[in-house]
Design a protein around this ligand. Structure first.
Ligand code: MTE
Length: 314
């Protein structure tokens, strides 16, 4: 058995189950409600705080589960570019600039292009979808995302038959993202999906949550939402989408291939090497619940993995 030195253990592996809202911010927010009677704008950010989202149709995918309070979803974040402390990300990402912002489409496509984010936001009708979100660290939330199917965007790029995987890259900017000065991960953050996973109707590119533009800490201005996979597949603040032939090596696979595989499908039967994945704590609840296969989305996604050994392809 390999025993890891403390310095080899990445912060993502350390589960802190107690505090999930930064006390300082939480107290400030509740005090503001008490004084003004209004809910403070948790989403306010320089530049695009006033942007209104025009959400059209909405689809509920969670079978009527209660959504996570917005204060929790926006103050308990994994976004290592800003901090490895979940309670600190909101504060540290406050002045993150999301305009101007471009997304570069590259690789095996007929239409490689540099898109402006404001163009992307108007390209497709925005819809709200309530999805379960299951972090690899065994906590979960239910979040109303606003966005559009990744598949719609992909079709517009006209991928060629050589495109077998889609690779996503986060912004690299040490000046704005102080976490990138630490070698916790090999920056920039990279994630990937197999082509059929990317085209699955559940897979979204999100530009908002709770009816508003995404706050920085949740991955503004554009992030991936893949609800049947562990949280870390949901890459934030995307600047590049590349169509490739080979399976991309994600930042987490590179950091620890034994613990983080390419697929990372939520699976209660396959334990993380150092903890069980059978149960999860829904943020805001005391009792743990059973984790569902594919996070409860088997009907929509299980067919993509038929015949695959999920222990090998974890
Ligand atoms: N994307 C980037 N660029 N950097 C990160 O550190 N963390 C991932 C994922 N996307 C991360 C990221 C992890 S581990 C999780 S659980 C989710 O974002 C958290 O998303 P949330 O803060 O919106 O809940």
């Amino acid at each position: 058995m390999i025993i890891k030195k403390e310095t080899d253990i990445s912060p993502l592996e350390i589960t802190d189950e107690g505090l999930y809202v930064n006390r300082r911010e939480f107290i400030a927010a509740t005090a503001a409600i008490a004084i003004t009677g209004a809910i403070p704008d948790l989403f306010a950010r320089e530049g695009d705080a006033d942007l209104k989202l025009n959400v059209g149709k909405s689809g509920a995918y969670t079978g009527g589960e209660k959504t996570t309070p917005v204060l929790d979803a926006t103050h308990y974040n994994n976004f290592y570019e800003f901090s490895t402390e979940k309670e600190d990300v909101a504060e540290r990402s406050k002045s993150f600039r999301t305009r101007p912002w471009t997304v570069s489409v590259e690789g095996h496509v007929n239409k490689p292009r540099l898109y402006d984010i404001d163009e992307v936001m108007k390209m497709f009708p925005l819809e709200e979808r309530i999805y379960r979100f299951r972090c690899v660290e065994a906590w979960s939330m239910v979040i109303p995302w606003v966005g559009f199917p990744l598949g719609d965007f992909i079709k517009r790029c006209e991928p060629t038959s050589k495109a077998k995987f889609v690779e996503f890259t986060t912004l690299k900017d040490q000046k704005q993202m102080p976490g990138q000065t630490l070698d916790v991960l090999d920056w920039p953050y990279i994630e990937g999906l197999r082509f059929d996973e990317a085209l699955n109707p559940l897979t979204m590119l999100a530009v908002g949550m709770y009816g508003k533009v995404l706050p920085s800490q949740n991955g503004a201005p554009l992030r991936l939402v893949v609800p049947w996979k562990y949280g870390f597949k949901n890459i934030k603040s995307i600047v590049r989408i590349r169509f490739v032939e080979q399976m991309p090596i994600s930042a987490w696979m590179k950091a620890n291939p034994r613990e983080y595989g390419f697929y990372s499908n939520v699976n209660p039967e396959i334990d993380h090497p150092r903890w069980s994945q059978a149960r999860e704590r829904r943020i805001g609840e005391i009792a743990k619940r059973n984790t569902l296969m594919f996070n409860g989305y088997s009907e929509q996604v299980a067919h993509m993995y038929a015949g695959m050994d999920l222990r090998k392809y974890f």
